[in-house]
Design a protein around this ligand. Sequence first.
Ligand SMILES: Nc1ncnc2c1ncn2[C@@H]1O[C@H](COP(=O)(O)OP(=O)(O)OP(=O)(O)O)[C@@H](O)[C@H]1O
Ligand SMILES: [Mg+2]
Length: 233
Amino acid sequence: MLEVAGVDVFRGESQVLWDVSLRVGPGERVAVLGSNGAGKSTLIAAILGAVRPSRGDIRFRGQSLVGKRPYQVARMGIAIVPEGRRVYRDMTVYENLEMGAYPLRARAALRESMDRVFSLFPVLAERRSQSAGSLSGGQQQMLAIGRALMSRPEFLIVDELSLGLAPLVTQEIFAALDSLGEGITVMLVEQNVEMALRHSQRAYVLESGRVAREGRSADLADDPEIRRAYLGL
Ligand SMILES: Nc1ncnc2c1ncn2[C@@H]1O[C@H](COP(=O)(O)OP(=O)(O)OP(=O)(O)O)[C@@H](O)[C@H]1O
Ligand SMILES: [Mg+2]
């Protein structure tokens, strides 16, 4: 579904991604792991058309995304839950979700999508009239995911779901993503290696802008080198 092939990305003068290649098949849960500054968010920016690779190609359903604008990429069915959630704090939960349904095909299904988000995260239904700024961090993450789902994506990218959240609520939100089923393909971009490996089928490890490891998540979770470097074991 998504293929990143030999991508180099510069930010200003410095190269941030080096020959990055990865694939995500339809319905898969794939994790992109790496510590601070490894280049995870830059990879997402390249997929979304916010930065342009200087080399390589990024294809979605066989169509190149390179040179497309972020709104065009969104229209193709790719949605992002950005790092730090970025909900509209002064707007209500309901209004935030409405904002997510901006593509034309999503507008038509707004009611149905809203019901789906509310059954995925019942607390958002209870708080639909409250301002997003009054929600807890975990609830804001639920809202950011809900807002992305309102655009009816086929491909969902979540950047640092776990950031700043307690383990229990992180666990709950990952479980909600698991329950979406194969109709939505998910790329989990995470510093929380343990959690991400548990909720993905395959994973790639970025180190200093290069893919250092890739494989089945269950295998990587058992790998002594990964356990030492990322799991503190
Ligand atoms: N707009 C920018 N201009 C210049 N350099 C940047 C820019 N954004 C990121 N970088 C640099 O690119 C490298 C990769 O950053 P990036 O944000 O992609 O990493 P990350 O893996 O998402 O890290 P984190 O886990 O902290 O979110 C870092 O060295 C960072 O300083
Ligand atoms: Mg990042």
